[in-house]
Ligand binder design. Structure first.
Ligand code: ADP
Length: 443
């Protein structure tokens, strides 16, 4: 459980960070809208006040021009008692003598929303409106907006947390499942897919695929270790038996010589296997020293075929070399012979009596091809991708001698030469192995 908690702590911090980010953006956006609303409302209220003042000013000017000061005074008085909101009105004659003044005690014109108009005869009409009502309204509005902002912050934080929690829930499930697998060490366990088809599902599927791969590699490693142990044990047991037998009998130089010769043969077998394993590693890591020189592929094939001629004949398999083109590659003659020999060895080994093995050299543009075709049992489709793996042996091939290293070595050598290997095979239809190398021969 402790590991799960350890695993989910960063996730929780991440969720919190996401929530805070979300909430911050949400709050900033909302506050911007609130401030803009307040500003627009305040401007529009101010404009409304100015409009009222200007309209009144117009009305008073018209009344003054029609009926003189008496008419204006009548209107102002009438409004004093009926109008819902009192206005400040001041009329000054040309000599700045006050003619009419209306407005509650203590009103100062400079604190009011003022507008003035000079009439044709020089009379100045001034109208003012107190901003108190407007400010009162805005103060209430501010209080409401404050509450709204507070609610927005709470909603943003809560919503952010909820949203991130639910968005991260699948990741948490994935982490839990992975942690469980790591804790139990069960590489056969898989993380169940949520079936939503989203990115997390993709990630889960990839993770499962990775587990498949790891499981396959671990299985192959176990199998390889089993094979190596088994293949080492047989010659070592024989070696020990031979030595023991020689020691048990009477001292006899000739018997000792024979026993020692057998021991040398057995240790050679062990050495071949270990050397091949090291060769593959070296070639794969690029550390294999290659004595490169221009090599005629026909020579390579001739020597390799020579090695298996007798074996093929004894087995009743026809081993033939097709008269091919004169193709030259740049490579290490010994290593190339080793690769060709391994392909021919397999073909002869797996082809039953009465079958054929054809070796051919061809040129395909800038590639030199070495092809080994047999009429053997073919390779099942599920084994095809694995035949190049180290120590892999086909299920039905175990009756034949072999270490499961031949094709890995072929691949490693050919790739170390900058080439590639390929196989076409179907069960019952035989196999065709092709090694393609960079071609040196003139076109
Ligand atoms: P091995 O020592 O088993 O021959 P290789 O690495 O040479 O190991 O080959 C790996 C496996 O590929 C073999 O065990 C066999 O199942 C399959 N294979 C290789 N060559 C042939 C072939 N010519 N015909 C059928 N199967 C083959």
């Amino acid at each position: 459980m402790a590991e799960t908690e350890k695993g989910s702590r960063p996730l929780r911090t991440f969720a919190l960070r996401l929530a805070v980010w979300y909430a911050t953006l949400f709050v900033i956006g909302s506050i911007a809208i609130v401030v803009l609303t307040y500003f627009l409302t305040s401007v529009s209220l101010e404009q409304r006040d100015q409009q009222i003042v200007h309209e009144k000013l117009g009305e008073y000017a018209v009344a003054y021009e029609r009926g003189g000061i008496a008419a204006l005074t009548d209107i102002v008085r009438a409004e004093q008692s009926t109008a819902p909101e009192r206005l400040f009105v001041r009329v000054l004659d040309r000599g700045s003598e006050m003619i009419v003044l209306s407005g509650p005690e203590g009103w100062r014109p400079e604190a009011l929303e003022m507008a003035s108009l000079r009439l044709g005869d020089g009379t100045l009409v001034e109208v003012g409106k107190s901003p108190d009502a407007r400010e009162d309204l805005l103060a209430r509005f501010r209080a409401v907006l404050g509450l709204v902002t507070l609610s927005i912050v709470v909603i943003a934080l809560g919503g952010g947390l909820l949203a991130t929690q639910s968005a991260l829930a699948p990741i948490r499930r994935l982490i839990d499942a992975v942690t469980r697998i790591i804790r139990t060490g069960r590489t056969d366990a898989r993380v169940p897919l949520a079936g939503t088809g989203d990115a997390i599902d993709d990630l889960t599927a990839l993770f499962n695929a990775m587990l498949d791969k790891i499981e396959g590699l671990v299985r192959a490693m176990h199998g390889a270790l089993d094979n190596v142990s088994h293949d080492l044990r047989t010659p070592l047991t024989r070696l020990r038996g031979t030595a023991e037998l020689a020691l048990a009998g009477a001292p006899d130089a000739e018997r000792f010589r024979e026993a020692l010769a057998d021991c040398v043969e057995e240790s050679d077998r062990v050495l071949v296997m270990l050397n091949t394993l090291m060769d593959i590693s070296e070639a794969e890591s690029g550390a294999m020293p290659l004595q490169r020189e221009p090599v005629r592929l026909a020579d390579v094939v001739a020597r390799a075929v020579d090695l298996y001629h007798d074996t093929a004949e004894a087995k009743g398999v026809t081993l033939a070399v097709a008269p091919g083109e004169a193709v030259i590659v740049s490579g290490d003659r010994t290593r190339l012979e080793q690769a060709a020999a391994n392909l021919i060895d397999n073909a002869v080994k797996y082809t039953p009596a009465g079958g054929r093995v054809d070796v051919e050299i061809a040129r395909d543009g800038n590639r030199a091809l070495l092809r080994v075709r047999d009429t053997g049992p073919g390779i099942p489709a599920d084994e095809l991708p694995r035949i190049w793996d180290r120590l892999f042996r086909g299920d039905t091939s175990r009756t034949e001698r072999g270490l499961g290293l031949g094709l890995s070595l072929v691949k490693a050598i050919v790739e170390a030469h900058g080439g590639s290997v390929d196989v076409i095979s179907e069960p019952g239809q035989g196999s065709t192995f092709t090694a393609a190398l960079p071609n040196l021969s003139p076109m």
